[in-house]
Write a protein that binds this ligand. Structure first.
Ligand SMILES: C[S@@+](CC[C@H](N)C(=O)[O-])C[C@H]1O[C@@H](n2cnc3c(N)ncnc32)[C@H](O)[C@@H]1O
Length: 399
């Protein structure tokens, strides 16, 4: 791992570029021509400096995803102690202090504008925050023309208790996910892959994850936390998997201990991190050095379901792959229904689609009939989704 001053890449004097490496992870930082032939983008680098100046030095419309964990402006009033009088290791760093809300809002407006400038038209941004700042961030995002897609609640499995006992335990943080503008419809959301990894259910906007602790928590030689607000890698991995593809460029203007770089590198995205404090930047660089990227097949883009030809269950019946009068069952053979000649299923007097009848027998509001229902073929229960796959293969072969 080397730390280099600008010059080497002909970046402006205020840049200090740290290049990351390690195994496959030890490849030198690639320098890629910026869109439009401008300054090269410092891929896989930590830029040490103020994010306003550093973002202004990056070419317009050059990044695919922004993750930002800005100062929260926590407004802590004095030291906080536990019932046993030990001190709580809260965030009281100078970088989190602002004179008043107006100063915080002006700062937020400035860095969000800088981030918007470097976002490609289809890029998205995720900003994480707590009740102290997230409502202000949300309003400013909307004022600047961003289009909010979701607010995701990170429910903490192990939140810090409320020691003063005068409020509810603060057990979540909020992430606002926004597109660059309302008409930016082509943003990345890996819907099918996320759903496939979630037992074929749509992924919800409330995530239950522990805060960063144990071996994952970066510590200095004295065993103290290297950074007060290190985020869990899994949180970043979920966001990056959802909103970017392998090879994409992720920008984090408040890099801290480098969690975004760790997740990006592991998932074969490239990153640019900006951090004002060289001590944090150095800790981040060493942390990222130790990361081995996953195998390419483990992170390759999943084919979008929509690119597959649509197949109705009636077509499966018409093709003779499922026979009228035949019984379908679930994998545990607890429920059964009869295939009708019109491609619907019959369950006693009830008639409906494979999805409707699947939901009915389970008492659920919805069901994916293709994966729920099975047919007996060669002495083995086969999901009817396999019959659909046979149909699709035949349709492709006929093209
Ligand atoms: C909330 S922490 C980010 C923590 C990070 N997500 C992690 O997992 O370690 C915010 C970081 O932004 C840095 N910072 C604050 N203001 C900055 C600015 N104007 N430009 C660049 N970095 C800044 C702070 O030094 C701090 O490390």
């Amino acid at each position: 791992m080397r730390s280099e001053r600008a010059g080497a890449f002909r970046l402006p004097a205020q840049f200090q570029v740290s290049r990351t490496g390690g195994g496959e992870a030890k490849r030198p930082a690639a320098i890629v021509a910026a869109p439009g032939g401008g300054r090269p983008l410092p891929h896989d680098s930590i830029l040490i400096g103020d994010c306003l100046a550093e973002m202004a030095s990056l070419p317009e419309a050059s990044v695919d995803l922004v993750f930002a964990d800005p100062p929260y402006n926590l407004q802590l009033e004095g030291a906080l102690s536990r019932p046993d009088q030990s001190l709580v290791d809260g965030v009281d760093a100078a970088w989190d202090k602002f004179a008043d809300f107006a100063e915080y809002d002006a700062f937020t407006r400035a860095w969000l504008s800088g981030a918007r400038r470097v976002m490609k038209p289809a890029a998205t941004i995720v900003v994480i925050g707590s009740y102290h700042n997230i409502f202000r961030v949300g309003a400013i995002l909307q004022d600047l023309g961003f289009w909010i897609l979701n607010d995701i609640v990170w429910r903490k499995a192990n939140p810090m208790p409320n020691f003063r006992g005068r409020r509810f335990t603060n057990a979540h943080e909020t992430m606002i996910w926004a597109a660059r503008s309302a008409d930016a419809k082509a943003y990345t959301f890996n819907y099918e892959a996320l759903k496939a990894g979630n037992e074929d259910c749509q992924v919800r906007s409330d995530w239950f994850l522990p805060i960063c602790s144990g071996a994952e928590r970066l510590r200095d030689e004295a065993g103290r936390k290297a950074h007060p607000t290190q985020k869990p890698e899994e949180l970043l991995a979920r966001l990056i998997l959802a909103a970017s593809n392998a090879g994409d460029l992720v920008l984090d203007p408040f890099f801290g201990s480098g969690t975004t770089g760790v997740a990006a590198r592991r998932l074969r995205r490239s990153f640019i991190g900006i951090e004002r404090d060289p001590v944090y930047a150095d800790a981040a660089r060493r942390r990222i050095d130790a990361v081995e990227p996953l195998a390419e097949e483990a992170v390759a883009r999943a084919p979008a379901r929509r690119s597959e030809p649509r197949v109705a269950f009636l077509s499966v019946v018409e093709a003779g792959l499922a026979r009228p009068g035949e019984k379908l069952t679930d994998a545990g053979r607890r429920h059964s229904a009869v295939v009708r000649s019109d491609g619907a299923l019959a369950l006693g007097p009830a008639v409906g689609s494979i999805h409707k009848i699947g939901a009915l027998v389970q008492g659920l509001p919805a069901c994916n009939g293709w994966t729920f229902w099975h047919v007996e073929r060669g002495g083995r229960l086969t999901p009817i989704d396999e019959l659909r796959a046979t149909m699709r293969a035949a349709m492709r072969a006929a093209e």
